[in-house]
Write a protein that binds this ligand. Structure first.
Ligand code: UP5
Ligand code: MG
Length: 212
C-alpha cells in the first residue's frame, strides 16, 4: 500500500495545536495570536457548531448530542472540517509572498488517534501550546459565560462531563507531545494579558516570531 502523504507540507504551512481544558482560555488567547502572529484561527469546536446548524448537514443531530454530553465527535468529521477550512483559507487568503501560512488549531486533537491521523493525512504540527488551568477556575469561567453564551454545553452537568473527557482522553495527547518536546505550557489562571505575555514568551523561545 502506498504511504499516505499529508495534504499540506510543512514547507508551506505551520500548524500549532492549541490545547487546554474547557474554559482555560484558548479562544480568548487565540484572538491575540491572530493579531500579532498572523495565525489563521481554526477552532474545532466552532467548526463543529457551525456544521451542526448547517442546512442539509447529515451530522447535525449527532454533533449536538456529542457536544452536550462532552464526548468527542468521530474524528473523520472534525478532520474533514479542519482540512477543508485550511484549504479554503489558503485559496482565498494566502499568506504574504515568501511566508508560510500559520494555522492555530484550537481544541484539537482531543484524542491520541486524532493527532496521529491528522499528522498523517493533513499536516505535521510544529508546536503544541497548552494552557494549564485548575478545574475550579475553569468551572467558574464557564458558568459565568453560560449566563449569556447560549452554548448548550455551558451548564454544570455538561461541564462536569467535559472535564472528565479532558482528563481521561485529551491529557494523554498533551503528554504524548510533551514526550516529543513539542509542548509550550502556560499557566492560565492569571489575567488575560498576563497569560498572553507568557504565551508570547513561550512561543518566541521556540522560534515563532510576531508578524506585522
Ligand atoms: N476567560 C478566558 N481567559 C480568562 C482569563 N485569563 N481570566 C479570566 N477570564 C478568562 O474562555 C472561557 C471563558 O473564560 C470566557 O468567558 C472568557 O472570557 C473567560 P475561552 O477563551 O472561551 O476558553 P476556551 O478554552 O476556548 O473554552 P471552550 O469552552 O471553548 O473550550 P472547550 O475545549 O470545552 O470547547 P470547544 O469548543 O473546543 O469544544 C466543545 C465540544 O466540541 C467538546 O466538548 C466536544 O464535544 C466537541 N469537540 C470535538 O468533539 N472534537 C474536537 O476536535 C473539538 C471539539
Ligand atoms: Mg473555545
Amino acid at each position: 500500500m502506498a504511504a499516505t502523504t499529508p495534504r499540506f507540507s510543512t514547507k508551506d504551512v505551520t500548524v500549532v495545536f492549541f490545547l487546554g481544558g474547557p474554559g482555560s482560555g484558548k479562544g480568548t488567547q487565540s484572538a491575540n495570536l491572530v493579531k500579532d502572529y498572523g495565525f489563521v484561527h481554526l477552532s474545532a469546536g466552532d467548526l463543529l457548531r457551525a456544521e451542526q446548524v448547517r442546512q442539509g448537514s447529515e451530522y447535525g443531530e449527532m454533533i449536538k448530542t456529542y457536544i452536550r454530553e462532552g464526548k468527542i465527535v468521530p474524528m473523520e468529521v472534525t478532520v474533514a472540517l479542519l482540512s477543508n477550512a485550511m484549504a479554503e483559507s489558503l485559496a482565498t487568503a494566502p499568506p504574504p509572498a515568501g511566508t508560510k501560512a500559520r494555522f492555530l488549531i484550537d481544541g484539537f486533537p482531543r484524542k491520541l488517534d486524532q493527532a496521529v491521523f491528522f499528522e498523517k493525512t493533513v499536516c505535521v504540527s510544529e508546536l503544541v501550546l497548552f494552557l494549564d488551568c485548575p478545574e475550579d477556575v475553569m468551572e467558574a469561567r464557564l458558568l459565568k459565560r453560560g449566563e449569556t453564551s447560549g452554548r448548550e454545553d455551558d451548564n454544570a452537568e455538561s461541564i462536569r462531563k467535559r472535564f472528565r473527557t479532558f482528563v481521561e482522553t485529551s491529557m494523554p495527547v498533551v503528554e504524548d507531545f510533551r514526550g516529543k518536546d513539542k509542548v509550550v505550557e502556560v499557566e492560565a489562571t492569571k489575567s488575560v494579558d498576563e497569560v498572553y505575555a507568557k504565551v508570547k514568551e513561550g512561543i518566541e523561545k521556540r522560534g515563532l516570531h510576531a508578524r506585522s
